[in-house]
Design a protein around this ligand. Structure first.
Ligand code: TXA
Ligand code: MG
Length: 344
């Protein structure tokens, strides 16, 4: 985890209110170390259905179940391989989601009708306090929680993002400050004999392999992190409304020139604003380390989107394993940008 200030805690009375709401089948948005989640009692299909209604998400998309501790894995998953316990021991609480075979009674609303379930113990003190209190109060111990944004749009990394986007559609938003990691958890599928990376994140493949003692199968687009990707090869996601283009550092000047007199915001990490910046260009400096870049990424995309410019130009960050999860998010954002929430 990146070095960040200790997360502000929330009063016990707020946690108790959140637990009462969860038990009553209401939605509670909560902070995690990655992004804010939109939580519902995972054992209550009607409550989980509300998540899909609020997000505008297709019903066959499974949601992650957040747990208070590793031992709870057995309540939700069966045939748990030894490697799952090893990964849980090493990385939980933390930004790792494990896909395992589900227990038969896990609601279809959670799994999207699949025979697997995604589980994680989040590493944020407020999330853990909520999950532990929910479990102690006789709740199911599992909180289903996708990112608390509308489907296809930018994930929230601050309570204000959730309020802006979902506002009065959730019963409560627990404010735990800014999410330290800033991008969603790494997802590893352990439901077949071959461990597979489904989504890159803060925890990298080499770190997972070191603990597993066996190779992790990578999706095709992540096998070579040195090569720029073909745009459009990925599903759109995490997208601003403004048209967004990703460009290698060497192409920045050409793209700025091509903007002509159109308004444009540039998000660049390798250099600061030129002294003579044309009036139609807004320059925003990006962080230069992977953890700081990830921490800021979604807030930056939201900010850029709110500037009201005709287009966004994002300088592609450096290549390499440390930046792979960031490239994944940027490529998807560029792919879906400008489409509007309904088409992503
Ligand atoms: O960091 C995170 O993972 C955040 C925080 C809130 O925990 N959650 C999050 O959830 O990103 P969501 O729903 O936005 O993304 C979860 C991803 C989806 O792409 C979903 O398809 C996948 O996890 N997923 C969940 N359960 C799955 C399953 N049983 N099999 C395959 N993929 C699954
Ligand atoms: Mg999401």
């Amino acid at each position: 985890m990146p070095d960040t200030p200790a997360s502000p805690s929330v009063p016990a009375s707020e946690i108790e209110r959140a637990v009462t709401l969860l038990k009553a089948g209401e939605l509670v948005a909560f902070p995690t170390e990655t992004v804010y989640g939109l939580g519902a009692d995972a054992a209550n299909p009607a409550a989980v259905a509300k998540i899909f209604a609020v997000k505008g998400r297709p019903a066959d998309h499974p949601v992650i179940v957040h747990l208070p501790c590793s031992q709870s894995m057995e309540d939700w998953a069966r045939d748990i391989p030894a490697v799952a316990w090893e990964l849980a021991e090493y990385f939980w609480p933390g930004p790792l989601t494990l896909i395992l075979k589900r227990q038969p009674y896990v609601p279809d609303a959670v799994t999207g009708g699949q025979d697997t379930v995604g589980l994680r113990v989040p590493g944020h003190p407020v999330a853990l306090a909520l999950l532990q209190a929910f479990s102690r109060a006789g709740g199911s111990g599992g909180v289903a929680g996708p990112s608390a944004n509308r489907f296809g749009r930018i994930s929230p990394t601050a309570a204000s993002h959730v309020c802006d986007e979902l506002g009065d559609r959730v019963a409560m938003v627990l404010d735990g400050g800014e999410c330290p990691v800033g991008i969603e958890s790494t997802i590893v599928d352990l439901s077949s004999g071959t461990p597979r990376l489904l989504r890159p994140g803060h925890i990298r493949p080499d770190q997972l392999e070191a603990v597993m003692g066996e190779p992790l199968a990578l999706p095709a687009h992540l096998r070579n992190t040195e090569v720029p990707r073909v745009s459009g090869a990925l599903a759109a996601h995490y997208a601003p409304r403004t048209h967004m283009t990703l460009v290698e550092s060497a192409g920045l000047d050409v793209e700025i020139f091509r903007a002509g007199y159109q308004s444009m915001a540039v998000y660049a990490w390798s250099r600061s604003a030129p002294v003579e910046l044309p009036a139609n260009i807004i320059w925003v400096s990006a962080p230069t380390t992977p953890s700081a870049y990830a921490h800021e990424l979604y807030a930056a995309l939201r900010h850029l989107d709110e500037l009201g410019v005709a287009q966004l130009l994002v300088e592609s960050p450096p290549r390499g394993a440390l930046w792979a999860a960031i490239h994944d998010r940027l490529d998807r954002a560029a792919c879906g940008a400008g489409l509007g929430a309904d088409q992503t």
